[in-house]
Ligand binder design. Sequence first.
Ligand SMILES: Nc1nc2c(c(=O)[nH]1)N[C@H]1C(S)=C(S)[C@@H](COP(=O)(O)O)O[C@H]1N2
Ligand SMILES: [Mo]
Length: 217
Amino acid sequence: MSEEDGFRDKLVSVKQAWAKAGRLLTGAPDEARSQRLPPGQRLVTNWPVLDLGVQPAIARDAWRLKVDGAVVNPIEWDWEAFSAQPPFEDVSDIHCVTQWSRFDNRWNGVSTQHLLSVVQPLPGATHLVLHGADGYTTNMTLENFAGEDCLLAHSHDGVPLSREHGGPVRLVIPQWYFWKSAKWLVRIEVRSSDAPGFWEVRGYHNEGDPWAEQRYS
Ligand SMILES: Nc1nc2c(c(=O)[nH]1)N[C@H]1C(S)=C(S)[C@@H](COP(=O)(O)O)O[C@H]1N2
Ligand SMILES: [Mo]
């Protein structure tokens, strides 16, 4: 086993054990929604990096995004095609399940609503699986993916997304804990059934509402 694999296995087993123990659950979701900072979270001003120990290096020129499955128009965009889509900007807060939140992140990219208008999900489509170039996956409903603050982001606070934060393009789903926001996004699989992703099969909640503390299942 390489050093990298060993690190990754250890990290995964620690997080999995927390999930099993229901750690970090602090309750009190009812009054929570009026607060900007969700229960059990603390505010940070830096930007922590979380991944599986692998940070794929993908040049913009080599990057491709495939959207397939239950859609009328499957697509494969290269950087040029992605850049030709209507620009979208949104400011939102990040809430990570490991208890840090970061306010006022300015994201630029392509809105998920625009993407859906291009690919046109079939009538039976209900869920998606997002795939990162590192093999990471995460799942959500079409409805959540289409949230008004959701986008495929290429820049953060005016700067192209760094490799460690998921560049060239990552997903941003601000209404859910940040594990749903897949980095190094390369494939979006539109489905007519749910299929839990990497953390979702390891004890994380299938959804991930920070105000309801949907941390672990
Ligand atoms: N492809 C990929 N996306 C991923 C992850 C990952 O390991 N691989 N980790 C998730 C988790 S658990 C978190 S908290 C956020 C962290 O994003 P950041 O490193 O930019 O803060 O990315 C999410 N997206
Ligand atoms: Mo996370």
